[in-house]
Design a protein around this ligand. Structure first.
Ligand SMILES: [Fe+2]
Length: 440
């Protein structure tokens, strides 16, 4: 190890709260504190090439589900990897040159996980930027950048959240929006509202994996994934269009499994019971982000299912200044008669009323939805704004797109509607929240 790396590693180790001598409280303690060995310093773990000749890091890196002291780091290996499990090193540092090494650990890219790998980097400082990379033999992945969240009471002054969904590969040029997202200095966290893939004809684990590999192989998605931590939920196309409880359970499990493999989440591996994806993320005292699952429990009777509805009412009661409800599916009514999708909240008034009741008890609520491949501002209920984040690439049907700006005349809840692409950014501050549609 180089001397500079050694010294900066020592500083970093202290910064992340490695074992320190006890504070002096008497003569005995003073003697002990001077004789304790120095705290262990992080060093780069060694990992051999395991027979891998070509660079296997063809899907880039990603981070996700951050909290105040940890974050999930992710990568996947390409077809050049050898059969079987592969040991990788994962380094985390306080600088992009990795001089200030914070941790270096081994992680397995298991064949049974589609040769994807994830590790929770913990013991980190709140509200801090870190850089990370994976290694095997001489091969080193791209460097990712991530952030931990501010702690409660830390007085976070501003926090930018980008939201988008729907990245159909049929509109490949629109994927340039990932570059804009990667380069947006006001973004601290990306919230993905679903349709990470479009299932096309996939119905088996390997077929779903192939779609994630196609998406993750795009350098533009790799850029936005490496630039920010992501919190991800799913919509319908991760399984099949407008699916419900009648879809083959084996197919659904394969779809969930591949989603989990290629998503930087700390959720457990899906089981035959499915996967609980709904969860919340607290950004200090500034905003609670509530992530919904509008598909897994949907039926002719409900969108969210009774358990998720009960949970929603509970988590909307909190002490942060703002509430962001991230709902893959539109919550407001569009009043478009027979065009109303059967899965919409509008078609399930009891669920819609329960969501509004939960939000009425929540501090300063905003709903953000996706799914419809349009960009909208709506009034869900008095005092509750719903924003529809634009799709990243998927297009509204061209024959109907020109009619979208007229939707407010037909639908009293719609303030503004248009066909657009990109992402929505919410800028949270102690003084309030503003939003900007970033279109490209
Ligand atoms: Fe979509």
């Amino acid at each position: 190890m180089r001397r500079r790396q050694f010294l900066s590693g020592a500083v970093a180790a202290i910064a992340v709260g490695c074992t320190e001598p006890e504070p002096a409280s008497g003569p005995t303690t003073q003697i002990r504190s001077t004789t304790l060995p120095p705290p262990p310093l992080p060093t780069l773990v060694e990992v051999d090439d395991q027979g891998i000749v070509d660079d296997p890091f063809e899907f880039g890196v990603a981070s996700g589900d951050p909290d105040t002291t940890s974050v999930v780091l992710w990568t996947a290996l390409g077809s050049t990897a050898i059969a079987g499990d592969v040991r990788l090193a994962c380094d985390v540092a306080s600088d992009p040159a990795f001089d200030g090494l914070v941790t270096s650990d081994l992680v397995s890219a298991a064949e049974t996980d589609g040769r994807t790998a994830r590790i929770v980097a913990d013991g980190l400082d709140p509200a801090t930027t870190y850089w990370y990379r994976f290694r095997v033999g001489p091969h080193v992945s791209a460097t990712g950048r991530t952030h931990t969240l501010p702690g409660a009471g830390a007085g976070a002054e501003r926090f930018g959240i980008a939201l988008s969904s729907c990245q159909n590969r049929a509109e490949l040029l629109r994927w340039d929006n990932h570059i804009t997202l990667a380069d947006d200095p006001a973004v601290d966290l990306v919230v993905w509202l679903g349709d990470f893939i479009y299932e096309r004809n996939a119905s088996s684990l390997e077929e779903y994996r192939a779609l994630y590999r196609e998406a993750r192989g795009d350098a533009r998605l790799q850029a936005s994934s490496a630039a920010h931590p992501w919190v991800v939920t799913w919509d319908d196309h991760e399984v099949v269009n407008d699916y419900d409880g009648t879809v083959d359970p084996a197919r659904r499990l394969d779809a969930y499994r591949s989603w989990w493999e290629f998503t930087p989440t700390r959720l457990p591996r899906p089981s035959s019971d499915g996967l609980r994806v709904y969860r919340f993320v607290d950004v200090g005292d500034l905003v609670r982000i509530v992530m919904l699952d509008c598909r897994q429990y949907a039926s002719s009777e409900t969108v969210l299912g009774s358990e998720q509805l009960e949970w929603l009412a509970d988590v909307c009661n909190h002490g942060a200044a703002h509430t962001l409800l991230a709902s893959p599916v539109i919550v407001s009514s569009l009043n478009v008669g027979e065009l109303t999708p059967p899965y919409a909240f509008e078609a399930h008034p009891a669920d819609q009323a329960a969501v509004i009741a939960a939000l009425n008890a929540a501090p300063d609520p905003t709903v953000v939805s996706g799914d419809l491949h349009a960009q909208m501002e709506l009034e869900l209920a008095p005092g509750i704004t719903e924003l529809m984040a634009p799709p990243l690439s998927s297009s509204f049907p061209p024959d109907w797109a020109d009619l979208l700006p007229f939707l407010p005349f037909a639908s009293p809840s719609v303030v503004r509607a248009e066909a657009a692409h990109g992402y929505l950014r919410l800028d949270y501050a102690t003084t309030g929240v503003t939003h900007e549609f970033v279109n490209g």
